[in-house]
Write a protein that binds this ligand. Structure first.
Ligand SMILES: Nc1ncnc2c1ncn2[C@@H]1O[C@H](COP(=O)(O)OP(=O)(O)OP(=O)(O)O)[C@@H](O)[C@H]1O
Ligand SMILES: Nc1nc2c(c(=O)[nH]1)N=C(CO)CN2
Length: 163
């Protein structure tokens, strides 16, 4: 069993199409896909708004490294150019959690260390798993409640739909 939560982000080009391409890359394993949210950029703030979503996947045949490779292949297919840390990108696929796996390998940190601070991940995650728990950090609802209101307000539900 390997159940993973992937976070998807795009702020360059046809953002919705790039998010859809990531969902397509994991299609047979998809358990749930969140709505699409438009979010103010964190990290490097002077860049276009992102579209963000999360997808829950399950495939007993895959381990956490397989999910990383799949995400990176989707990023490459989106012709992502790696330039600035936290800078603009056609597609970002982060592996948020894989079962209860903890990893401090820099190639695959699990859970993804940015998660507790990112309303752009916590809000869509709660939408599809209201009782979600981030291993080592506690209930996702509590993590979101701990964020300043400005963070929560920087995430807006859109009417875009991922198929
Ligand atoms: N949980 C993870 N999910 C995806 N990539 C990870 C994870 N942990 C470590 N990495 C590594 O991070 C690198 C990718 O970094 P990337 O350029 O996407 O960072 P970023 O998206 O700018 O920042 P952040 O990781 O804080 O969202 C890859 O080399 C990958 O191996
Ligand atoms: N709102 C938002 N901001 C970001 C995002 C993202 O997905 N959403 N990804 C980044 C690069 O990792 C940098 N900043």
């Amino acid at each position: 069993m390997s159940r993973a939560l992937l976070s998807l982000g795009s702020n360059l080009g046809d953002r919705l199409a790039f998010l859809q391409s990531a969902v397509d890359a994991v299609r047979p394993a998809v358990v749930a896909v969140s709505s699409v949210y438009e979010t103010k950029a964190w990290g490097v703030e002077d860049q276009p708004d992102f579209l963000n979503a999360v997808v829950l996947v399950d495939d007993p045949a895959r381990d956490h490294w397989d999910w990383l490779r799949t995400g990176q292949a989707a990023e490459q297919a989106a012709e992502r150019v790696r330039e600035v840390r936290w800078g603009p990108r056609t597609l970002d696929v982060d592996i948020v959690t894989v079962d209860g796996v903890r990893s401090d390998d820099p190639q695959l940190l699990l859970p993804h260390p940015g998660t507790p601070e990112r309303a752009s991940v916590l809000i869509p995650w709660l939408e599809i798993e209201p009782a979600a728990v981030l291993p080592g950090h506690g209930p996702v609802a509590d993590l979101l409640a701990a964020r300043p209101a400005s963070d929560r307000d920087s995430v807006r539900l859109t009417s875009f739909v991922l198929a």
